[in-house]
Design a protein around this ligand. Structure first.
Ligand code: GUE
Length: 287
């Protein structure tokens, strides 16, 4: 079987050009440019790369980005004060606190402090709760939103399909299950304690791997013709790879996301999209 590539890089480019047009429209009407604020605490190397990528992506579409770099020894109080300052700044439309935080800081407390209307990561309990009860105005976590956009734009049918998700994190597995349910899929979520995992994943029409273990899934774990989405990202000696053994599944899946160039670029595109959504909502409520 010929495996089609789900090209996240190209799809992200399309989404960015749509967002860029929307922003130019607003600016032509005399509105200020939207602005995303990113808080980066400490010196995690991977985080620096992501934050740079986000800055670049903002630049491409005419969005301002404000990166607040704070030292590794920043206290909880200092971090909360920074979040408060950005909450109150009318020039800031979206706030993202780059994770992971240094160990002495409590990420839950920090996320709870973000104004839900500026929570473009969709991590605040108010947004997570709204997603779970189907409110359309919630900010949805960027990686799950990116997966659904990628499938839809490739013309993959979701309704009535059996979607099996491996992984149950608050930022990927759980919100993705809710989104796929909203798209009328039948959803199974599995995890490290699941019995006969491979038996289950082989029943998937759409299989989504989000476990965080390099090349954990191979052709024996997927059905011939399945749609395979790989959320994993691992930096090995010979480059990046995902949770799925991409080469080995070539020819067995009907569609598959590469790593890199699959879900990663879509995550950033959805972050930009959430920012534009926040910006428009805030413009609408200003007197
Ligand atoms: N508050 C918060 N929100 C996040 O959304 C968030 C975060 N913290 N912490 C870290 C993770 C990870 N993440 C990625 C974003 C883009 C790529 C991406 O663009 N990947 C490229 C490759 C990039 C490379 O070469 O390293 C690709 O897959 O093609 C990957 C990973 C967002 N995260």
């Amino acid at each position: 079987m010929e495996t089609q590539i789900l090209d996240g890089k190209q799809t992200a480019r399309e989404i960015r050009s749509e967002l860029k047009e929307q922003i130019q429209d607003c600016i032509r009407k005399g509105m200020p440019a939207p602005c995303l604020a990113v808080i980066l605490v400490g010196h995690d190397e991977a985080s620096k790369v992501y934050v740079n990528n986000k800055e670049k992506a903002c630049g491409w579409i005419g969005m301002k980005s404000l990166v607040c770099r704070m030292p590794a020894e920043t206290t909880q109080e200092e971090l909360l004060a920074k979040v408060q300052e950005l909450n109150e700044d009318p020039g800031v439309n979206g706030i993202l606190v780059q994770l992971p935080l240094p160990r002495h800081l409590d990420a839950d407390l920090v996320i709870n402090a973000i104004d839900p209307a500026k929570d473009v990561d969709g991590f605040h309990p108010v947004n997570a709760g709204k997603l779970s009860i189907g409110h359309r105005d919630a900010f949805v976590s960027c990686t799950p939103a990116g997966v659904v956009q990628l499938l839809k734009r490739a013309g993959v049918e979701i309704a009535s399909k059996h979607c099996v998700i491996a992984g149950r994190s608050n930022i990927v597995g759980k919100p993705l299950a809710l989104l796929m349910l909203r798209e009328n899929a039948t959803v199974t979520v599995c995890h490290s304690k699941t019995k006969d995992l491979s038996e289950l994943t082989r029943q998937a029409d759409i299989f989504i791997a989000a476990v965080g273990r390099p090349k954990m899934f191979g052709p024996e774990d997927i059905r011939e013709g399945a749609v395979v989405v790989d959320v994993g990202m691992h930096r090995l000696e010979d480059g990046l790879c995902g949770d799925v053994d991409y080469e080995a599944c070539m020819g067995r899946a009907s569609y598959m996301t590469p790593v890199p160039g699959g879900v990663g670029p879509m995550t950033i595109a959805m972050l930009l999209s959430n920012c534009v959504q926040a910006y428009k909502a805030q413009l609408g409520t200003r007197s």
